[in-house]
Every structure is written in C-alpha cells, then in structure tokens.
Design a protein around this ligand. Sequence first.
Ligand code: F6R
Length: 353
Amino acid sequence: GKSGYDHYMQKEIYEQPTSLRQCLRGRVDELEGEIVLEELADLAVEGPVQFVACGTSYHAALYGSALLQERGIPAQAFLASEYASERIPVGEDHLVVGVTQSGETADTMRALREASAAGAETLAVTNVVASSAARECDHALYIRAGPEIGVAATKTFASQQVALTALACVIGGGDSREVVRGLRSVPDKVQTVLDESTAREVAAEFVDADAYFFIGRHYQYPVALEGALKMKEITYKHAEGFAAGELKHGPLALVTERTPVFALVTGDGEIARKTIGNVKEVEARGAPVVAVTDGQSDVEQYADHVLRVPTSTPVAAATVANVQLQLVAYWVANMLGRSIDKPRNLAKSVTVE
Ligand code: F6R
C-alpha cells in the first residue's frame, strides 16, 4: 500500500534515504575508502564505454558518462532508440552499459543485443533481478531500489546515480576517497531535503506558469533534463531542461515573466559562476528564478526563491538537488489534480520499440 501517502510517487520520493542506503550496503569499504562491487569482480574494461538508455534512465546514463570522462575514460551516452551498431562504431574493446530500471525496455534491449552481436561486452544496470537485461548481458549491477509503482521514475533514478557513481570508481580506479565520502552522506542529505523542502510553496506560487525551464551544467545538466521530464509527465505542462550555456543560443527567446527558471547551482567554483551568469540573463528578462543551491555561491542574490540543499561533493550534489525538483513536480501535479501515479498515455515499462 501507500503507507499513508497520497500517491505511490510521493511514497517513493520519501523512501529515497532508505533505498539509497540499500543500494550502498556492503559496497562501500569505509576503512579503505573503496567501492567494492562483488558482482562485477570479473569485469575488465579495456576500451571505451557506451551507455544506452531511454527517458529518465538516459539522464542517469549522461551522468554516468560524465563520471567516467572525468576519470579519463572515453565514454558516451546514447538514446537507445537512436543507437544502431551499424552506424555507431562498437566492437570487442567496448563495454556497453544498458541503464534500465525495468530491464525490459525494448529500445534498450535492442541496443544491448546489437552491441553484443558486434562483440562488445555488455552490462545491465537494473532494478529488476532476472529481468531480460540482467539475463542477457554479460554482467549485471543491481540498483536495489525496491519496487517502484509510480510510473514516474524517482527513487530508481537516485539509485541509478549512486550505482553509476560506484561503477565509475570501480572502472576508473584511482583515489575514490572523496567520492566515497560523498556517496556515504547522500542518504542523510536527501533526508534533510525531504524534511526541510519548501517545494510545496514554490509549486503553489508557480502552478499557473506557462512553462517551466531548468538549467544546469556538468553533473547538474542531466538533473535539469530530469527535472523537466518529471514536470512534463505528471503535470502535462510544458517544461524544458537546458545546458545552462545553451540558453542564449535560442531558448532565451521563450523566457518571460510567466516562465519560472529553476537553476541548479551547487558549490562555488567555475561551474557555479558560469550558471549564475545565465541566471542573470533570465532575471534581466523578468523571469522568476528558483535557485536550487547549497548556499556556497551568491546565486540567492539573483533568485526569487531558494530551494536549499545541504552542501555535498559535486558528484553527490546531483542526487541531492534532484530531490527538490521531484518534489516541485509532485506538488504542481497534485495542485492541478493530475493522475500522478498513472499519467495519461504512459506505461511503466515500454516493451515496444
Ligand atoms: C520517466 C520514466 C521513463 C523511463 C524509461 C526507461 O519517469 O520512467 O522515462 O525512465 O521508459 O525505462 P527503464 O529504465 O525501465 O528502461
């Protein structure tokens, strides 16, 4: 049942501290500051890594490829429906990672089968034990989020992020202590967001907006895409996520005083500074700005609303900040009386190409 929550989606958002702890259990060696993924003991990565996925899982894949690139490993994320091994060079030295909550998505399965036929090693990152992806791939990494009933992926996205972070440490090698520290603190930080979020008030203020835009850079770029997808699918309203730097190459023309812009600004480095530059551009055009921030930078100065998150490592900040966007989408949909757990036209598992 819904354990007292109004919707499964809400329950699953609030379950995240627990599901994330479950994902990390036994995988973090606290003494050595190392990640251990026992099920991948015989995974040897010799060459480039390709991710294939759809929808929310594709956003996790984009994040996963950024994590590997940061470790000097050539990596790329593909929409599974756009992946065709006869067009995209793939061969025996490649690892192809299918990111799929259900393990049954037809487009992702086809991409994995093509990659396997081309001689690539394959890995399923999935929530469902013995799913098609888990059975057919050479390796499987389980995200252990528990069953997700709401059609909108929430806790499974967070667990994909955490599992892919662990995977990047294992594949990338090197010193993982900072990442391990960040990972271990994610469940508590997500709990803090759930306890203190003002997303409901932000949703009430902007429930009548014409459209919602989300901007972020680097690890927060996939989070901007995910924030928009969640908003679209459960509120039926127009929402778009952009790489913050792309705004002035076209989308800025859409920005008005009726289109709130959610800016993901964590940390106080170069990436935050550049995104704040984009925040100033939208503010100058009269758009309301909602900053999702840990307060490290001065973005609040340019924001109409702040959704506060605890300070985290840059990698962990993407998981923590995303929870605020899940809550905003949930509350806007709730106020609009939408069918939150079963949005129109959508299915939990898409088994046709
Ligand atoms: C959005 C959503 C979908 C799925 C996509 C892939 O909330 O749930 O975009 O992420 O259909 O599904 P899986 O991960 O099962 O392959």
